[in-house]
Write a protein that binds this ligand. Structure first.
Ligand SMILES: [Zn+2]
Ligand SMILES: [Zn+2]
Length: 461
């Protein structure tokens, strides 16, 4: 096996890594397959390995799951008399080669079914320490380790460059709704906020706590995005990240919720902060007054639960869609195209798309086809949108608002699951003349989709 070695310090020792918690992020369908294997104890204990991309954040490491490889029968050397499983060193060597090829981290998974707060046995701890002290030196610069799934809770420990570096913070299961498996069962219901009383009556007491702990980013906060920010603030989201590099212009006053004539020249993100905190001072607002992708936005978006894209170009959508694929973040996208002939509106067509790791992405479907991206490049070359004389696209606030309301409903469903499984991911089309919002025939993940090819790659190599 080809071995790589950690960068050495001046005295020939690897620098000591800082202890950092680890979040493991996994698509809901893949998590169901992992559970289906490790929780099936008819023959004794089962286990397998996850191969994960790495996303670095300032205060934690994110492992995004790319592949699941259960330990096959022909590698198992003993199921023992108790639950203890043993398998060949040769199989571990194969996993190390595969992880090295993908530049991935390696995570061993087994289950203690029925445990509300799983605790590793002495054998679990001894084996994980032996394996990952060595394995993490062969997969340098990323945390590898072992996790144990209980009943809705998970625990785990990680090693990097031969040293223990941190514990599992949570397993984030990315589907509709989003689920967290924490080291302790997650059944705390915070004191309900009186201002959300009517909403709580509608969608249940647990929704308040889930919303208070959630973080959502809105990219593009003019026609569609300003409505989305306003509704998410009313819904009681705990943290909002607002991203937009533009300033308020007079023509924005026809459709930007929260902006007044006194705001001309102000940053759009500043206007959103004022609107959101006027609704609820306790909401943490992070303003990023820049265009995506920029370093600040990328760092902030790694830790949000959902991204809502309300941008006006296909090129920006493509970048956001790729980011969501790489880090397994659910994406809600809205957009509208109005065509007029003379003074007559000919059509007003929009879309709402909810993308999860299990569903077709924006690049899988017709919206961001190669042809659509190429056509936009010719029509609107780089820098076009920074030209103050460029003609803006036709827009109507009330049509933006319809799509934005459904985007806010999609976020509410992702966080709370209020729709009970009848909504989920998918595509909807909107006709602003007729007033129809129609589910589109379900799209399959497209073979050869360049964004899906980078699913769960994290920061990449
Ligand atoms: Zn165990
Ligand atoms: Zn795709």
């Amino acid at each position: 096996m080809r071995r790589r070695f950690a960068r050495r310090g001046v005295h020939g020792r690897a620098p000591v890594p800082e202890p950092r918690p680890v979040e493991l992020r996994i698509a809901a369908d893949l998590f169901a397959r992992v559970r289906g294997h490790v929780e099936d104890t008819r023959r004794g204990e089962e286990a397998g390995f996850l191969l994960c991309g790495l996303g670095r954040s300032p205060d934690h490491d994110l492992l995004v799951v790319r592949e699941w490889i259960p330990i096959p029968d022909d590698a198992i050397t003993s199921r023992g008399t108790g639950p203890m499983l043993a398998w060949s060193a040769d199989f571990n060597a194969r996993m190390l080669v595969r992880a090295d090829e993908l530049h991935a981290a390696l995570v061993l998974v087994h289950a203690h079914p029925g445990r509300r707060a799983p605790v590793p046995s002495l054998d679990d701890t001894r084996y994980a320490s032996q394996l990952f002290t060595i394995a993490s030196r062969m997969l340098p610069g990323r945390p590898s380790g072992a996790i144990i799934l209980g009943d809705g809770a998970a625990t785990g420990a990680f090693w990097q460059d031969g040293r223990r570096v941190g514990a599992l913070r949570r397993v984030r299961v990315v589907g509709v709704p989003l689920r967290n498996w924490l080291p302790q069962p997650d059944d705390a219901i915070d004191r309900a906020r009186p201002r959300l009383n009517r909403q709580t009556l509608a969608i249940g007491p647990r929704s308040d706590a889930l919303l208070a702990r959630a973080a959502v980013a809105v990219i593009g906060v003019c026609g569609g995005g300003s409505h989305v920010c306003q509704q998410l603030a009313h819904q009681g989201l705990g943290r909002l990240v607002v991203i937009d590099g533009d300033h308020v212009e007079e023509s924005n006053l026809s459709r930007m919720v929260g902006a007044t004539s006194k705001d001309l020249g102000a940053l759009k993100t500043t206007v959103m902060r004022r609107m959101i905190t006027a609704i609820d001072r306790s909401i943490a607002v992070q303003e990023i007054p820049k265009r995506f992708p920029c370093e600040d936005a990328i760092a902030a978006l790694k830790s949000v639960d959902v991204i809502v894209a309300c941008v006006d170009s296909f090129a920006a959508r493509e970048q956001i869609n790729l980011f969501c694929r790489r880090y397994l973040v659910p994406l809600v996208d809205i957009g509208m195209a109005i065509v007029t002939n003379g003074e007559q509106l000919v059509h007003a067509r929009g879309q709402l798309v909810v993308v999860t790791p299990d569903s077709a992405c924006l690049r899988c479907g017709p919206l961001l086809s190669d042809a659509a991206l190429a056509a936009e490049q010719i029509e609107r070359p780089r820098g076009y949108d920074r030209n103050p004389n460029a003609p803006g696209a036709p827009q109507v606030v009330s049509m933006n608002g319809t799509l934005a309301s459904e985007a806010a409903n999609a976020v509410l469903d992702l966080i709370t699951g209020y729709a009970g499984g009848v909504r989920g991911s998918g595509w909807w089309t909107y006709d602003g003349r007729r007033g129809d919002l129609t589910p589109f025939a379900s799209l399959a993940v497209r073979d050869g989709c360049p964004a899906c090819a980078e699913q769960a790659h994290g920061d990449g190599k």
